[in-house]
Ligand binder design. Structure first.
Ligand code: EPZ
Length: 438
């Protein structure tokens, strides 16, 4: 196992650079399977989730080559040999479920393991299945697998309204609909930037999609798509993470420069909330400057679908609130149980508690270093951020969670003045009893 050790209190100074988007890259990698030939994806982050998804693509027969120096991935989907995405891989990463819409769209059949639960409770896929049925798929569950077949061997298209906005279900149905025999009309689709980027890329491959950016899409199925070169967008959640970290741990009077982000993809709610804390934000063409205030103002947020406050930034916001003056709440109606980071932050001395789908945090509270356990991707980065402002050493355990979604984060933070290092440790080593001074 690996852990990160952060020695604090420290300050973030200078600049940070945003990598390619994890969540968009996973969608584009699925899209590449829709066209025979070699698709090249550029600006792909070298992350655990990307390598897991590369394995999924290889299992169905794609030739996947990752160029670690350039961050380009070549995916040749000319000779796919299987329509099955196995439990062993899907259990590691929910986005593998995009294989259902993709393989159904390309081959009219698919067998994909149902994704299990995750660190913060049930994450159903009922909308994915209902949407694909509306396109003409027959779906049954078989020993933990979703087995889907298109009547007549090819989806017909159809009309479907998503009962609630879902990023994953929208993407899965889009991936299936672009190669259907007919037209698909979708309502109440998600408009998260990842979904828009997927739509624009599918259009570049020859798909016919109207309404991108709105909550209604019309997708006229085509007989074939063409492999081409697709550029992945920057990671908006990494950008948001760095902006919150700069507001919390930057040095007043010394703006932190964050390069290569797309702040427009973060939505207004987030930018306004950050300004309400007293932080200063300056947007430029290719970078954002964030300056920490002398004292942060406690600011409550409620997460929402885009352009609302992203749920993937609420854990980072909670940490910042431990250093802000006053009491504030963080409510997450998208994932009501997504507060596994709170008990770990309390171990560092935070004043925080959870009730229902809300957390209440008071500050400013001095944090002190301790061992803390990562439980999921965004919770783990929030613990890392807490370690920057805590006094002494914070050991963030099980950082494989962090490696799923943040590329070379300790390298980036080290360059920005944070005292951080990675170490291996034995999770099952026996604790050494604390010997009393004689
Ligand atoms: C995507 O997950 C992201 N994952 C998540 O980021 C992100 O938190 C989430 O969107 C919301 O923005 C990827 O892109 C790989 P949803 P997804 O379907 O698609 C409910 C990260 O940290 N729902 O929009 O799974 C669901 O339970 C990850 O990078 C149903 O009820 O999210 C949730 O309450 C974590 N039935 C809500 O909708 C369904 O069939 C939104 O989920 C599908 C979803």
């Amino acid at each position: 196992m690996e852990k990160l050790i952060i020695k604090g209190p420290g300050r973030i100074r200078g600049s940070l650079t945003v990598s390619g988007s994890k969540n968009t890259a996973l969608m584009l990698m699925s899209g590449a399977l829709l066209a025979p030939g070699r698709t090249r994806l550029t600006n792909v982050p070298l992350l655990r989730d990307v390598s897991t998804f590369s394995q999924v693509l290889r299992v169905v027969g794609a030739d996947v080559r990752v160029d670690e120096t350039t961050g380009a991935i070549d995916i040749d989907a000319s000779n796919l040999t299987s329509c099955e995405a196995p439990y062993e891989l899907v259990k590691k990463m929910r986005a593998s479920f995009y294989m259902l819409g993709t393989l159904l769209g390309r081959f009219g059949q698919a067998r994909v393991s149902l994704p299990g639960g995750c660190a913060w409770g049930p994450r159903p896929v009922d909308l994915h299945l209902a949407g694909l049925k509306a396109l003409g798929a027959e779906i049954e569950l078989d020993h933990g697998y979703v087995v889907a077949k298109a009547k007549g061997g090819r989806l017909t298209g159809g009309a479907f309204r998503f009962e609630k906005s879902s990023v994953g279900a929208t993407a899965n149905v889009m991936l299936a609909a672009v190669l259907a025999r007919g037209t698909t009309c979708l309502d109440n689709v998600a408009i998260e930037p990842d979904v828009i980027e997927l739509g624009l890329s599918l259009v570049k491959m020859g798909a016919r999609i109207e309404g991108l950016g709105t909550h209604s899409l019309e997708i006229e199925g085509v007989d074939a798509l063409t492999a081409t070169e697709l550029e992945n967008c920057p990671d908006r959640i990494e950008l948001g993470t760095f902006m919150i970290a700069a507001a919390m741990a930057g040095a007043p009077g010394e703006p932190v420069r964050i390069n290569r982000g797309r702040p427009d993809q973060l939505g207004d709610a987030f930018a306004q909330a950050l300004l309400d804390t007293g932080a200063t934000i300056e947007f430029a063409d290719d970078h954002v400057l964030v300056e920490a205030p002398d004292q942060l103002r406690a600011t409550s947020i409620v997460t929402g679908v885009y352009p609302g406050f992203p749920t993937d930034l609420q854990a980072q916001w909670v940490v910042m609130l431990t250093q802000a003056t006053g009491t504030a709440t963080v409510r997450d109606p998208i994932y009501p149980d997504r507060f596994a980071h709170i008990p770990e932050l309390v171990r560092l001395g935070a004043t925080a508690g959870v009730s229902g789908d809300s957390a209440t945090i008071s500050g400013p509270t001095p944090l002190t270093g301790a061992n803390v356990m990562s439980t999921d991707l965004r919770a783990s980065v929030s613990l890392l951020m807490a370690g920057i402002v805590a006094t002494g050493e914070t050991h963030v355990l099980r950082v494989y969670h962090l490696d799923r979604g943040y590329e070379r984060i300790e390298e980036k933070l080290k360059k920005a003045g944070v005292n951080i290092r990675r170490e291996r440790y034995d999770e099952f080593a026996q604790p050494v009893p604390h010997l009393f001074e004689r």
